[in-house]
Design a protein around this ligand. Sequence first.
Ligand SMILES: NC(=O)C1=CN([C@@H]2O[C@H](COP(=O)(O)OP(=O)(O)OC[C@H]3O[C@@H](n4cnc5c(N)ncnc54)[C@H](OP(=O)(O)O)[C@@H]3O)[C@@H](O)[C@H]2O)[C@@H](O)CC1
Ligand SMILES: Nc1ncnc2c1ncn2[C@@H]1O[C@H](COP(=O)(O)OP(=O)(O)O)[C@@H](O)[C@H]1O
Length: 308
Amino acid sequence: MNNFDDYILGKTDTSNVLIKGENSKINLTEHADIKDFIKKRARDSHKGTYGRVGFLSGSKGMAGACVLNLNAALRSGSGLVKGFVTNSIYTIVDSMSLEALTYSFDEQNLSFSDLNRELIQFSDVIATGSGCANMRNYKNILEFIIKSASQTLVIDAEGINQLKLEMLKNHKQNIVLTPHYGEFANLLKKDVSYVRKDIIDKATEFSNKYNVYLILKGARTIVCCPEGYAYVNTTGNPGMATAGSGDVLTGIVASFIGQKIYIIDALRLSVYLHGLAGDIGNSNVGEYSLVAGDIIKYLPEAIQNTIR
Ligand SMILES: NC(=O)C1=CN([C@@H]2O[C@H](COP(=O)(O)OP(=O)(O)OC[C@H]3O[C@@H](n4cnc5c(N)ncnc54)[C@H](OP(=O)(O)O)[C@@H]3O)[C@@H](O)[C@H]2O)[C@@H](O)CC1
Ligand SMILES: Nc1ncnc2c1ncn2[C@@H]1O[C@H](COP(=O)(O)OP(=O)(O)O)[C@@H](O)[C@H]1O
């Protein structure tokens, strides 16, 4: 499996280690695979048609994570996007994402009935965890959301750090986890060197065992589904190794799930477009200067190129 790991880790560009048929449960995600997932909008549609996406993200010192979530979801086509944010970052988020709805809560004294009404009842899909590292009681909030929400949950960053594997037993909704290798290693209680060997096996086993969709982020991001299929993405570049790139991906993923694209297709599409927007950004500003906001800036071009 060494060549295989090297390809996924970005150490080689030789993708023919992934020959279809030899191991038919593993495929690449290329343009031809995802181009039909985004449909032309119906003339008689309205914003409700394109999904209500709720984010509980950001915390003091990490307002940007929430802003990147919200703006990425808006640029991916969601009809209504809402940030449920702590009052310490409310003004920043509200002013940096004008098209998003916002609701502020008091971290010291959170009302779970407000959380239920303003986030859970509002949303077709909920994403949480990006930039939540400085939030008081975040673990309780996460636990409440997993227990109470029936819609698909996308769990990123601090959400993954705070996740106890017991929380994944008997969950009733679809759950998408978006770890990088460091976060995946923590989840498995192993170190990163363990994860980097036979990556696909570890990712698919986890996905199957815990009945979750997994987006394992790296040089070549892998999408896995509980049925045991894995899809290796082919877009993206090292310029994307910059703070907030993952927060942008979480926004895109939640958006396409909210637009009711079949879940595994939505995940492959999101990862592909995120990488493509990064590649367009790279050709415009170069890999040294690329910042996460550029991925959102070039997302429209990535979407246009993909559906053309
Ligand atoms: N503007 C904002 O609001 C921003 C907010 N953000 C928010 O900040 C929070 C914390 O994020 P963070 O970057 O400080 O720490 P985190 O991701 O937990 O990594 C720490 C550990 O993981 C490891 N590691 C990482 N990647 C790896 C890989 N691919 N493969 C292997 N290892 C990898 C890494 O290892 P090392 O660097 O030592 O190699 C280190 O040990 C989070 O909530 C996020 O949403 C950020 O998005 C930035 C912009
Ligand atoms: N060398 C690379 N090549 C391609 N994509 C990369 C590379 N490094 C990072 N990325 C992408 O950038 C994103 C980083 O996400 P993450 O580690 O969660 O960052 P953050 O927490 O700062 O938002 C992932 O989507 C990952 O696939």
